[in-house]
Design a protein around this ligand. Structure first.
Ligand SMILES: NC(=O)c1ccc[n+]([C@@H]2O[C@H](COP(=O)([O-])OP(=O)(O)OC[C@H]3O[C@@H](n4cnc5c(N)ncnc54)[C@H](O)[C@@H]3O)[C@@H](O)[C@H]2O)c1
Length: 345
């Protein structure tokens, strides 16, 4: 039985608790939240869990092997660092940290102590994302030309981190996974309408090698609830719509054909064939993610979204933030400088 502690039981922590609690082979022994009202509510629903307002109490328990950090991002670094220093495996919610140097410190610490560091890039555990990568890898879409995503809603407005850091980390993680490459350049434009200095709407452009490009639109100030990802390839196009209950992915056999021997100003034909709806496993991504963390502890395995992957995403977020603050100037991403192996994405 792998014993776990959870730090931070707000909106998202409650979902993490529900999922980790339901796993076989692990037990949520401790829960810490600075807010006593939250603890009171937990006590009613989960009477067996030990509760504390001081998270370091969890770290003193020698039985605890893994800790889940679901506090606001501003405290991820400090809390996760203390957990690692106490010899615990750590799952940190996204983003891993709010500064590259902090993310780097966590990665180095986990490596030095031989501990698992996993980041909550939830979409990497989403069956539809896994299916989409399978489709891309099979060559069905041909060469991928470009990818764009929309993550919009009139949604929870954060007080500290902006929409880029709050929402965009999911999309960056997914795009690296789908394209299996690191971008060479990033630029971003965003504006703060609700609170000064906290951008509500951000547009990010990523340039990838071989003429590939990606675009991310994130906003919590939008009339539509949209969770969509479009991949345009040389043979077919695919759309993943996470708001759809049934057919989350549609593959369109659409494209263009330049007839052989066509003169330069001759017509380019458009091709519109069948739509296909690939079957996708029905699994709650958060459950898969929780199971993965426990399995990594049990088998001493490298998580799919390990600290390195989390660091890479923070590096791209930081570059996008730099562009955002400097009139959208393109910021180079020097892949050689990254301490990451892109094969591992
Ligand atoms: N993966 C996802 O899709 C997803 C979705 C939403 C939120 N999140 C992430 O989950 C984390 C939490 O977000 P949220 O919306 O639940 O925030 P929240 O503000 O609702 O909850 C945070 C909780 O942490 C507690 N807390 C803060 N500092 C603490 C400390 N030092 N010790 C103990 N408790 C402390 C607060 O009392 C609060 O209950 C964030 O990192 C966020 O980015 C992830």
């Amino acid at each position: 039985m792998i014993k776990l502690g959870l730090i931070g039981c707000g909106n998202w922590g409650a979902n993490l608790l529900r999922n980790f609690y339901s796993l076989e082979g692990s037990e949520v022994k401790w829960l810490a939240d600075a807010d006593t009202e939250k603890l009171e509510a937990i006590k009613q629903r989960y009477p067996n869990i030990k509760l504390t307002t001081v998270f370091t109490e969890i770290l003193e328990d020698k039985e605890i092997q893994g800790v889940i950090v679901a506090t606001p991002p501003i405290s991820h670094f400090a809390v996760a660092k203390q957990c690692l220093l106490a010899g615990k495996h750590v799952f940190v919610e996204k983003p891993l940290a709010l500064r590259v140097e902090d993310a780097q410190t966590l990665v180095e610490l986990a490596e030095a102590e031989n501990l698992i560091l996993m980041v909550g890039h939830l979409l990497r555990y989403h069956p539809a994302i896994l299916k989409l990568r399978e489709i891309i890898d099979s060559g069905e879409l041909g060469d991928v030309f470009y990818v764009y995503s929309q993550r919009l809603n009139l949604g929870t407005i954060r007080r500290h981190e902006n929409a880029l850091w709050n929402l965009g980390c999911h999309d960056i993680s997914v795009m690296l996974h789908l394209l299996r490459e690191l971008p060479v350049q990033v630029s971003a434009m965003g504006r703060s309408y609700v609170q000064q200095g906290v951008e509500d709407t951000v547009f990010v452009n990523l340039n990838f090698p071989n003429n590939k490009m990606a675009h991310i639109h994130v906003s919590w100030l939008d009339p539509h609830k949209v969770r969509k990802l479009t991949v345009v390839g040389s043979r077919k196009m695919a759309v993943l719509d996470d708001m759809e209950k049934e057919n989350k992915i549609v593959i369109y056999d659409k494209g263009f054909v330049i007839p052989e021997g066509n003169a330069l100003d001759g017509p380019i034909h458009l091709r519109e064939g069948e739509k296909t709806l690939p079957a996708i496993h029905r699994q709650e991504p958060l459950h898969v993610e929780a199971q993965h963390f426990v399995e990594c502890i049990r088998k001493n395995k490298k998580p799919r979204t390990d600290g390195h992957e989390g660091l890479l995403v923070v590096q791209i977020l930081e570059a996008a933030q730099k562009s955002l603050e400097n009139n959208s100037i393109p910021v180079e991403i020097n892949a050689e400088k990254l301490s990451l192996n892109p094969e591992g994405i």
